[in-house]
Write a protein that binds this ligand. Structure first.
Ligand code: 1CP
Length: 366
């Protein structure tokens, strides 16, 4: 039933298109709000699911991924949902083993140790092995009943390569940086391979019902501007144009896309020219400065420091109002500057998203 074309086409009508309007530069009644990592560890109902199921089992089981995607929407009046998955499902689909260790994060028992291992990656059939993500997206588009749009996502090539070489998260990314110095040709070969898979993966997500696609370049903070220009930007651009072209070839409508390069404040001018409708900003970037650099024809998303959610409600209100005033109502999506952290108090999150008076205050203060 999942793969049935009709099942994919006959989605409930979208009732709240605020976020999609903002992404395409249309006027909005209120500033749209969503939160990076909104489906996840700070929610007790997510922890309950995780107590029973392994992380990647949740990703691979459409009913579970759908349930976890819908959880934050039951608590908070967010303007979007993001499909529950992880960026590391791509290295898995290429044949690498990835384990999720509670408290530690992702672990690759056998990371790439030499460029010769690039040829062992199984590019063929990779997207077919990721069809479970498409199935989760299709199911969620039905279950969400058009309440808000559903965002699909991927990791960007450089960020994925970093995990594949480091074998997990890394504070220094020293091995990856060594590869950039020693084996630039092989690095470009691997980044190109990842780019091809990512394009087809995102097209599959759009075909399955994703209404916006976000590309996470979460490790851009490790790149200098020069390295960003060489190892990230060209691939991000190919991904945007590749998705657009392939959707056109399939007679499908283009889907708006967001690029979020964490720590990418060094190259906002370059990011603004990659063809994405929306640019995500982390909290180190000043909204007014960012707008000056990127111009008027792109939507900005961000950028409250997730740590600010540990402050008092009064302080958070002040910081949020200040942020929204700086960004303005046009071409803006309110969000954090990175993922919400696991210990964030639930009621703080509720305040910023469900309290109508707070939202109205935001709008009135513009
Ligand atoms: O056991 C658990 O439940 C693990 C916690 C967890 C969760 C809830 C991980 C491990 N991944 C996720 C889900 C996830 N990951 C989502 C869907 C949830 C949502 O956004 O609502 C998304 C979009 C991601 C994307 C992701 N995974 C990124 C890019 C975004 C970012 O935060 O920069 C990255 C870098 C990852 C890798 C990853 N997966 C998990 C962890 C703890 C990490 C980061 C590890 C590190 O610090 O290097």
């Amino acid at each position: 039933q999942f793969t049935d074309q009709l099942w994919k086409l006959d989605f409930p009508k979208l009732k709240n298109d605020r976020l999609l309007r903002a992404a395409s530069g249309k006027e909005v009644d209120k500033v749209p709000v969503w939160v990076m990592r909104q489906a996840g560890r700070y929610l007790p109902e997510f922890q309950e699911v995780r107590a029973k199921h392994d992380f990647f089992t949740v990703c691979r089981t459409p009913e579970l991924a759908c349930e976890v995607t819908l959880q934050p929407l039951r608590r908070y009046e967010l303007d979007a949902s993001i499909i529950f998955s992880d960026i590391l499902v791509i290295p898995q689909a290429l044949g690498m083993i990835v384990e999720m260790h509670p408290g530690l994060g992702p672990v690759f028992p056998q990371p790439l140790t030499s460029p010769s291992e690039i040829d062992q990656l199984q590019e063929e059939g990779a997207v077919a092995r990721l069809l479970y993500v498409g199935k989760a997206i299709t199911l969620t588009r039905h279950k969400i009943e058009g309440k808000v749009p559903l965002i699909g996502f991927t990791g960007a090539p450089f960020t994925l390569m970093g995990y594949m070489i480091e074998g997990g998260g890394s504070k220094t990314m020293s091995k990856t940086k060594e590869w950039l110095e020693k084996y630039p040709k092989d690095v470009h070969k691997l980044l190109s391979l990842l780019t091809r898979v990512i394009i087809d993966y995102l097209v599959m997500q759009a075909e399955s019902g994703a209404q916006l696609l976000q590309v996470f370049e979460s490790s851009a903070d490790h790149l200098t501007r020069e390295h960003f220009i060489e190892f990230s930007a060209p691939y991000l651009k190919d991904i945007r144009t590749g998705v657009q072209q392939k959707l056109k070839e399939k007679n499908l409508e283009d889907v708006p896309m967001t690029v979020f390069a964490k720590g990418g404040g060094h190259s906002l001018d370059i990011q603004a020219k990659l063809g994405y409708e929306t640019l995500g900003l982390d909290w180190t970037v000043d909204p007014i400065e960012a707008r000056k650099i990127v111009g008027e024809n792109i939507t900005l998303q961000g950028n409250l420091d997730p740590q600010d959610l540990y402050k008092t409600p009064e302080e958070i209100r002040k910081l949020t109002i200040n942020m929204v005033q700086k960004f303005g109502k046009h071409r803006y999506i309110a969000n954090l500057g990175h993922g919400i952290t696991p210990q964030t108090p639930l009621e703080i999150h509720a305040m910023s998203t469900t309290e109508e008076s707070f939202k109205d205050k935001l709008v009135n203060s513009l």
